[in-house]
Design a protein around this ligand. Structure first.
Ligand SMILES: *[C@@H]1O[C@H](CO)[C@@H](O)[C@H](O)[C@H]1NC(C)=O
Ligand SMILES: *[C@@H]1O[C@H](CO)[C@@H](O)[C@H](O)[C@H]1NC(C)=O
Length: 300
């Protein structure tokens, strides 16, 4: 009697487990992802191999991408496959295994940061809206946001002309932080958050003050370190009314968050946030943050 019951149970479990691709196809919230997987030719891999953990953006996440960006992505099959693979992790990761601050690795070799905020689980800047959906060859999380594939190292982001970060890059080069910010050593201990003032932010300062900061190695170093935090902080993991430690030890950045308004040191707003880097994350801000040691001497 008992043996029959066990056999029936085993048979029914095996029967109801279908593969990741079929399960995504059957889910009413992942129709866009399912068709993109087919379009990128990834169906066989995700059906037949594994186990994988799929971070599956729901349809509304794709709908939130600006049309031009989405079309650009769809036009290039390699790009599309690369973006989709970034959402596939090697092995099965269940929500109860998740430790805040740990890195998980996608099959593209990139690291993705996972953390808990209250009862919610985040992967980089995306919130999991459903977790632990089990398939025969893996597990699925539904995400509210499509993840951005890292654009390079933090230093390589500073180099990109479209972001207009030449002033801060100059300071980084001056104090020789270029190597550190270009390192892809894959460990949580070597990842940074950079709050980088745009060139427009530097233009708000008296230019003779900027020259004085840049010509003095100590000042330049304090300024650069004051904009860097050791560890990765996405927008959603900033503490409301909190403080952020910086590499300029003992000199924190103040954070005020009210409604959707985020200000650093009462003045700086983010003009672009959560730019993913291979070694951390970059937020562009509209004011230069001045540590107290410089404010007396430099800003008159
Ligand atoms: C899933 O789709 C249904 C129907 O379109 C919608 O009401 C629901 O909010 C969606 N859930 C998620 C997690 O996106
Ligand atoms: C940054 O690192 C990449 C390799 O990850 C290398 O190709 C590039 O030349 C480096 N840039 C600088 C300025 O060192």
């Amino acid at each position: 009697m008992l043996r029959i019951a066990v056999l029936v149970l085993v048979a029914s479990v095996a029967h109801c487990m279908t593969n990741l691709v079929d399960d995504l196809g059957a889910n009413q919230n992942t129709t866009q992802l399912s068709s993109l997987i087919a379009q990128a030719g990834l169906g066989d891999t995700l059906k037949g191999q594994g186990p994988f953990t799929i971070l599956a953006p729901v349809d509304s996440a794709f709908a939130a991408i600006p049309k031009d960006d989405l079309n650009k992505l769809l036009a290039d099959k390699n790009d599309l496959a690369n973006t989709l693979k970034y959402h596939v992790l090697q092995g099965e990761i269940f929500s109860w295994d998740i430790v805040t601050g740990r890195l998980v690795h996608s099959i593209t070799g990139h690291a993705i940061r996972v953390y808990k905020q209250g009862n919610d689980i985040y992967f980089n800047n995306a919130k999991a809206v459903a977790v632990d959906l089990e398939s025969a060859n893996g597990v699925i999380y539904l995400l509210d946001t499509v993840l951005d594939v890292p654009e390079g190292t933090i230093y390589e982001i500073l180099e990109k002309p479209e972001y207009k970060l030449t002033q801060f890059k100059k300071a980084v080069d001056r104090v020789r932080y270029d190597r550190m910010l270009n390192s892809t050593y894959s460990s949580a201990n070597y990842r940074h958050t950079l709050f980088v003032p745009s060139d427009a932010a530097f233009a708000k300062l008296d230019q003779s003050q900027v020259s004085r900061i840049f010509s003095n190695l100590n000042f330049a170093s304090e300024l650069v370190r004051y904009h860097l935090h050791l560890g990765t902080l996405h927008l959603k993991s900033l503490d409301h009314n909190g403080r952020i430690t910086t590499l300029y030890t003992g000199h924190d950045i103040g954070v005020d968050i009210s409604n959707n308004d985020i200000r650093l040191n009462h003045v700086a707003h983010m003009t672009e946030s959560d730019i993913e880097a291979d070694n951390g994350v970059v937020h562009i801000i509209d004011h230069v943050l001045i540590p107290s040691t410089l404010s007396g001497q430099i800003i008159g």
